[in-house]
Ligand binder design. Structure first.
Ligand code: NDP
Ligand code: MG
Length: 409
């Protein structure tokens, strides 16, 4: 054999072996607690975990009330413990898992405390709404790295959450696809100044529609998202553009970038998941299918990129990428979220509470789609300003706001 070919083969094999060892070094097996395992993100996280049985192990599963699905997941993944928030379902779960080596707990306090378990290496925060805040906070306070899908945690209490994460040197890995795209674009660039972040938005099912059209839309219409298959609450948030507003606030806290440097751009194909513009004007983006399994995997296995069998993006299916500015006149929620974040204090918490209440009322067909932003705006204008300093104070503001809305609406 020619000596040159021999040397290149040797170098190639050396690097292959070296890289293999390196991936194993950087990616030790991880035991994951999935908060909200019965939801859209939770179920997809289990699909991801199934692909890497040697590296990812399910340590804890939790649900609000879907006991049968929680039981089935527990039987399949054999976690150390499960928590059902709805205490009336405790006996059912306990009986079904009798004889299995799985601890069963119930109630909100168990949900908050379970993340303290010594054996947990990482917590996937995938509960919907402000209910995700106490356990996520507790995970950070106990030094557990968090893969964060529950954006409401940062919207409501981003100041104290990021402060606690710094104090405890805990990493928060974004799961939200836009923030994962930004995080992926920042890899190797963490010390380079950011000129701005560009967060892409699909525009939702009502892109291009006017107010008179929106007056008559039903929950079924709003739940038909053109690109993403998600839980009901975030699907309605996508239709009102509140989801993008919450994501702007989420990005502000995750990447320490001020609001004025965060731009939203509508990109109906949902292929470019977001972009970073650096100080030299260069733009970096991440492209992929609208499928949450990739950002979930990246958060759970960071910094490794592990081969998987999920479907691949093909430009043949995306003949054009288009972009346009968001229509904040027709969809005021994006503006309301920015205003609440600028006001600071309890205002983002009130924005979030008012949004959760109005989305729920809309889904029950008690209010019209167009009342979602108008009620949120009224609540923000009427509710007294304050500056909560603890999770308990934030949760109290949330409760007070819901009480106030129940009396006033
Ligand atoms: P789902 O509604 O599909 O799932 C929510 C999960 O949280 C379920 O396991 C549910 O349990 C549990 N849960 C709900 N309320 C409570 C409560 N009060 N206490 C304890 N557990 C509770 O939501 P998604 O998976 O769509 O979203 C989860 C989070 O991820 C949200 O913050 C969302 O914004 C974010 N996200 C979601 C994306 C997606 O593609 N779905 C994309 C990006 C972010 P049960 O099933 O028993 O009701
Ligand atoms: Mg998103």
């Amino acid at each position: 054999m020619n000596i040159g070919i021999f040397i290149s083969l040797f170098i190639g094999i050396f690097f292959l072996v070296y890289l293999q060892i390196d991936i194993e070094k950087i990616m030790q097996p991880r035991k994951i607690a999935i908060l909200g395992s019965t939801g859209s993100i939770g179920r997809q996280a289990l699909e991801v975990i199934e692909q890497f049985p040697d590296l990812l192990k399910v340590e804890v599963l939790t649900a609000a009330s879907q006991s049968d699905l929680l039981i089935a997941q527990a039987k399949q993944f054999n976690p150390n413990a499960v928590v059902i928030a709805d205490e009336s379902k405790y006996e059912r779960v306990k009986d079904a898992l009798w004889g299995e080596d799985i601890k069963v707990f119930a109630g909100d306090s168990s949900l908050r405390d379970i993340v303290e378990m010594e054996s947990i290496d990482m917590v996937l925060s995938a509960i919907v709404g402000v209910a995700g805040l106490p356990p996520t906070w507790n995970a950070i306070a106990h030094g557990k790295p968090v893969a964060l899908a529950n954006k409401e945690t940062l919207v409501v209490a981003g100041d104290i959450i990021t402060q606690k994460a710094q104090e405890k040197a805990v990493n928060i890995f974004p799961v939200d696809s836009e923030h994962s795209a930004i995080f992926q674009s920042l890899a190797g660039e963490f010390h380079n100044p950011i000129e701005k972040l560009l967060i892409t938005a699909s525009g939702g099912p009502f892109l291009g529609k006017d107010i008179s059209f929106l007056q008559t839309v039903t929950p079924a219409d709003a739940l038909k998202h053109p690109n993403w298959n998600m839980g009901n609450k975030i699907t309605i948030d996508s239709a009102t553009l509140m989801n993008k507003g919450l994501e702007v606030i989420e990005a502000k806290w995750l990447f320490s970038v001020p609001l004025e440097k965060i731009e939203v751009i509508v990109h109906p194909q949902s292929a470019i998941h977001s972009l970073v513009m650096f100080a030299d004007g260069s733009l970096k983006a991440q492209i992929g299918l609208p499928d949450m399994k990739l950002p979930i995997q990246y958060a759970l296995t960071y910094p490794a990129r592990l081969p998987n069998h999920f479907p691949r993006f093909s430009f043949a299916n995306y003949p054009s990428f288009t972009f346009m500015p968001p229509d904040t006149g027709t969809f005021p929620c994006l503006r309301l979220a920015r205003e609440a974040s600028l006001a600071g204090g309890n205002m983002p918490c009130i924005l979030n509470a008012a949004n959760e209440v109005t989305v729920s009322l809309f889904l029950q067909e008690k209010i019209k789609f167009t009342q979602i932003p108008s009620i949120i705006e009224k609540t923000l204008a009427s509710f007294p300003f304050s500056t909560p300093k603890t999770v308990e104070e934030y949760m109290n503001e949330d409760k007070e706001c819901r009480n106030w809305m129940a009396k006033t609406l």
